[in-house]
Design a protein around this ligand. Sequence first.
Ligand code: ATP
Length: 458
Amino acid sequence: MAPTEAASMDKIVALCKRRGFVFQSSEIYGGLASTYDYGHYGVLLKSNVKAEWWRAVVQERDDVVALDAAILMHPRTWEASGHLEGFTDPLVQCLGKCKKRWREDHLREAAITAVGAEGPGEGDGPPLELRCPECGGELSEPRQFNLMFETHMGPVADEGSVVYLRPETAQGIFVNFKNVLQFARKKPPFGIAQVGKAFRNEITPGNFIFRTREFEQMEIEYFVPPDDAPKWHMHWMEERMGWYERLGIRPDGLRLREHGPEELSHYSSATSDIEYQFPMGWSELEGIANRGDFDLTQHQNVSAEKLDYVDTATGERYVPYVIEPSAGADRAMLAFLVDAYDEEEVEGRRRTLLRLNPRLAPVKVAVLPLVNREGMPELARDLYEDLRGRMPAEYDAGGSIGKRYRRQDEIGTPWGVTVDGQTLEDNTVTLRDRDTLDQTRIAIEELAPELERRLAVA
Ligand code: ATP
């Protein structure tokens, strides 16, 4: 079965719980809606996603540096960025039976898609009448709802102590532009990359970890001379599409969608979304925007600090334009899970597996004694202890060998090593491939270099 045919969101959620990737948050209290906790394999998988991002955007380039800014920022940041005024979604509430709240823009998009599918062109016919998708009830007038979480700094909760949990990591980068320019000795074109938590009081969170109120972003602000912005925008679209593909997402499950004029933010001259075909349909994975000089100019105006760049060679002074590839770590992890999920029948037995790229897999190799006697567990344990310093490994001696392999398949472990009777005689083990189920015999001393070689080319 092709991966996304097999993967419904329910199956992904069930596997994530069964194998300890992701749990409902605060479950013993009935759970907190749309909030999730990451268990062992979830932590390892998401951390591999982030590590691959760091590798691609910082380690394998010399024009991007790292930053880790605080979540709490000076409140004027959000005045300058426009979030206080404009980071809102149109909220409508059902006036009928169910009283549910919806994002009006989402309902409108869905209605336009439905009408579009039936034929009439845009602008034809009377304006769309939106109804509650749940119960068909009438909807309230839209109200602009600010998505920023507010809290207070210090012991007195008054107006002067209001601070916000950042709704994006990007602003931490803009306010550090000058520091990086001076102390990291960079000049345009150069970028600043950051990974961290962001918070949005979303009206309609949902689809598991796709849209939550607390999530992690992986963002780059790439500063360029204004005339070069279109070229660099193209560069980052290609780079980022390539990243998802290299890590195993099927190319036909990915697409770049350019925003139409009505969809563009006021500061953006061009934005394209990388979308993935999730079980609920094509949805945004990452946005890549040409933000012009909007952010630096705004911060310059509000802070009264100069945030321009002076080219010492030409004497030219300008505020750089910014290209922003902005991705979600949780969303990326969900896409990798969905794409890797597969079910198949092998010799009359059904198996579920995650065909994760080995670089992303939480565990790279499992070492299993065939049976729990004749010195096999001791040998397997020694082998595991040798391997675990070189790559994430697991030792498992509990239950039948078939059951242990099924467990490793479900967490996406690409290689399994079995210590059996022959190992005691000639120091070889069987090496099993998760995807093809091929089993080959290999000498113990060749095992680690062989696995390292396979990982390096994955
Ligand atoms: P959407 O249209 O889905 O609300 P957005 O266009 O507002 O997303 P951006 O502000 O461009 O999103 O954020 C950049 C990236 O951060 C998104 O592409 C997504 O991967 C991630 N992201 C944004 N909001 C959430 C959320 N509520 N939960 C999880 N990830 C998110």
